[in-house]
Design a protein. Structure first.
Length: 366
């Protein structure tokens, strides 16, 4: 795809077209460029999409990753996508794929320590830029590789949702007690924080959350999609939620490509380099698109759908942050290895941002 046409990429084009106010030239949808034709003897990897990655925006990212792999390999390595979704946190399920794509927070189901690499909730996350630095320059990828190996996977970052992708609500929270009367849809540690704060949490894919909000089945949804992609998926339209608040995963989440360890070790050095290079290409494209869409497209879409965007009420934010603090403390206390990981993450975070470790005496937490 010609990257100069970012305003007509799949997710954005759908969202702009849905407003009915854009010019035809900007409302069109550009198809994903066809990959380089594969050689007859090409090695094919079975590829799967997690529940979150069945959303059109994320599925497009996975498809483009496959295209880049084919191009970089000269048609000698390709991805064959399955026609069913997998559960990223279930090894037996993910085992049906050689390589799969997920929001990294989905891996916390199998081991909560994965949250240090996907993005911690509330005040304890890192911006997309600092998270990339944590993984690439401060040892984070080495820790991630070690944890992944324990669970049979090699993780690669292929992007980030960007800061505060947001939570959609049909009723606003003005006090902490409002949380306890809420039925919410969320995943990863965001779901754990909501449960700790008293909400009833259900697991629904983003594709089902819009209708669940419209029917009243839920009143709060955190789909983990960037704002423009969420609007393209139907959030903020019709009877679905028009309140957009800062979500639990306020710093966003890493997007991941996971390769089964057995497959990764079978690949030769050149093939491994092709996959890591493709991940870097897609991560750069995704970061650029997210920033451009947020600055140039999101304000227009918000106005056209009369979406009320605001921070959460301070008392509500403090209650949720308190729940997040308890969860992070429990996570760090699980084992010596997890505490070492915690200290490495927050050591970098403090050096980079000046913010304290929530478990340190300086933070006022025992």
């Amino acid at each position: 795809m010609d990257r100069r046409t970012f305003l007509t990429t799949t997710a954005t084009g759908m969202a702009i077209a849905a407003t009915g106010t854009a010019h035809a030239s900007t409302a069109s949808v550009v198809e994903i460029a066809e990959p380089l034709p594969l050689r007859p003897d090409a090695r094919m990897l079975r590829a799967g999409l997690s529940v979150a990655f069945t959303a059109a925006y994320f599925a497009d990212i996975a498809q483009r990753f496959g295209n880049v792999v084919a191009q970089l390999s000269g048609g000698r390595l390709g991805l064959e996508f399955a026609n069913h979704q997998i559960s990223a946190g279930e090894p037996s399920d993910a085992g049906r794929a050689d390589i799969w794509f997920c929001r990294a927070d989905e891996l916390s189901v199998v081991d909560g320590a994965f949250s240090y690499f996907s993005g911690l909730p509330m005040d304890y996350g890192l911006s997309a830029e600092w998270h990339d630095a944590w993984l690439g320059a401060a040892g984070g990828q080495l820790f991630w590789d070690e944890l992944g190996a324990e669970h049979g996977l090699k993780p690669l970052s292929i992007g980030h949702t960007g800061a505060s992708p947001g939570a959609w609500t049909t009723t606003d929270w003005v006090a902490p007690r409002d949380i306890t009367s809420t039925r919410a849809a969320a995943s990863g540690l965001a779901a754990a924080v909501l449960r700790r704060a008293g909400a009833e949490v259900t697991a629904l894919p983003p594709s089902a959350q819009v209708s669940a909000l419209a029917t009243g089945e839920i009143s709060f949804a955190e789909p983990g999609l960037p704002k423009v992609a969420a609007i393209a998926a139907g959030f903020g339209a019709g009877n679905s939620a028009r309140h957009l608040r800062t979500g639990i995963a306020s710093s966003g989440s890493v997007l991941a490509c996971c390769v089964r360890t057995g497959i990764w070790t079978e690949l030769d050095g050149a093939e491994q380099t092709i996959l890591t290079s493709a991940a870097a290409v897609i991560a750069r494209e995704t970061a650029a698109e997210t920033a451009a869409h947020q600055a140039l497209v999101a304000p227009h879409l918000g106005r056209s759908r009369n979406i009320a965007q605001a921070m959460m009420a301070e008392d509500v934010r403090r209650a949720l942050n308190g729940a997040a603090t308890g969860i992070v403390a429990e996570l760090a206390a699980r084992s010596a290895a997890t505490r070492h990981l915690h200290d490495a993450y927050f050591g970098f975070r403090t050096a980079a941002t000046g913010l304290p470790d929530p478990l340190s005496a300086a933070a006022g937490i025992a």
